[in-house]
Design a protein around this ligand. Structure first.
Ligand code: ATP
Ligand code: MG
Length: 283
């Protein structure tokens, strides 16, 4: 039995739970408790504030955790980052009031910067050889300049809307984050085995997210060309149709290339093209 810590509420909670479901780990969170058992996998979910997740994983109270890379970096505790999970993307940036005479990192010398991420900020300032005053604030960092608590802020940005509405301009993007799976550094063999199974399933889920299943009717004479357009995992599946001279072709394509492939396939006579989501891909 392995314990996995996830955020109890907040931005990462829903997608953490969704990812677990996607990899076949059901959790009964109907009566939200501190701990929940997965009925179909040797895992127990521990719900907590995201700030505390690196610590419990580092201490081994939970073998695994799902948390933003920003929290892992800021805590500076020793844990293994074993997978990037592709959600909760954000960056931590420096922002200054609109109209400030910002002319590069040196601008921050001697200035007061409000942040909840003092360690990450200090590291960046040191790299730049800049000395500034770090004002640690735990909530609503973006109001600090207007309240004259600071001259600038170092805070999480995703769309940038909060900055704009507070009259701030993002000037330096310092740290890029997303949700990650972290593991205690001293897992025993049994825990490793469970982690490997989880990683295998996450991998399949992430691969399938970026792929689409495509099927179409095609003149038999165009099969060779269509095979060049759709390389597929081994090669596309081709099945005869009742209509003479036609076949059905099935394949898997990267979502990024989908529209380009469709254009090429239509040009060689493909008809009735269907594009379907893929639940899992096991290579
Ligand atoms: P908790 O109550 O668990 O301490 P919190 O208020 O500290 O929650 P949330 O706002 O729920 O944290 O954010 C959790 C994580 O989501 C962040 O640490 C970050 O990795 C990620 N994230 C993604 N986009 C954003 C955003 N726009 N603002 C804040 N965090 C974001
Ligand atoms: Mg928090």
């Amino acid at each position: 039995m392995l314990r996995l810590a996830i955020q109890s509420k907040g931005r990462l909670n829903e997608e953490s739970t969704a990812l677990l479901r996607e990899i076949g780990i059901d959790i009964d969170d109907s009566r939200r408790k501190f701990l929940a058992q997965a009925p179909n996998f040797p895992i127990e979910i521990l719900y907590m504030r995201d700030d505390d997740i690196p610590q419990v994983v580092s201490a081994g109270t939970a073998a695994l955790g799902i948390v933003g890379l920003n929290e892992v970096e800021e805590r500076g505790l020793s844990v293994d980052v074993v997978a990037r999970l592709g959600f909760g993307g954000c960056r931590i940036s420096l922002a200054v009031p609109k109209g400030a005479d910002y002319d590069g990192p040196k601008w921050f010398a001697g200035k007061r910067i409000a942040t909840s991420y003092p360690k990450i900020l200090k590291k960046w300032l040191d790299e730049q050889g800049i000395e500034a005053r770090i004002e640690i604030i735990t909530g609503s960092v973006e109001i600090a300049p207007a309240a004259d608590i600071a001259d600038a802020i170092f805070d999480i940005v995703s769309s940038g809307g909060t900055l704009v509405s507070n009259g701030l301009v993002e000037v330096e993007k310092v740290f890029f984050s997303e949700a990650v799976l972290i593991a205690n550094k001293e897992l025993d063999a049994q825990a490793r085995g469970i982690l490997d199974e989880i990683l295998f399933r996450i991998d399949s889920a992430m691969v399938s997210r970026r792929k689409k299943y495509i099927l179409m009717n095609l003149p038999t004479s165009a099969v060779e060309e269509a095979t060049r357009i759709l390389p597929a995992m081994r090669s596309p599946t081709v099945m005869p149709l009742a209509a003479e001279g036609w076949c059905s072709m099935h394949s898997v394509v990267d979502e990024a290339d989908l529209w380009d492939k469709i254009r090429q396939l239509k040009a060689i006579g493909a008809e009735g093209i269907l594009v379907l989501n893929i639940d899992k891909i096991i290579p």
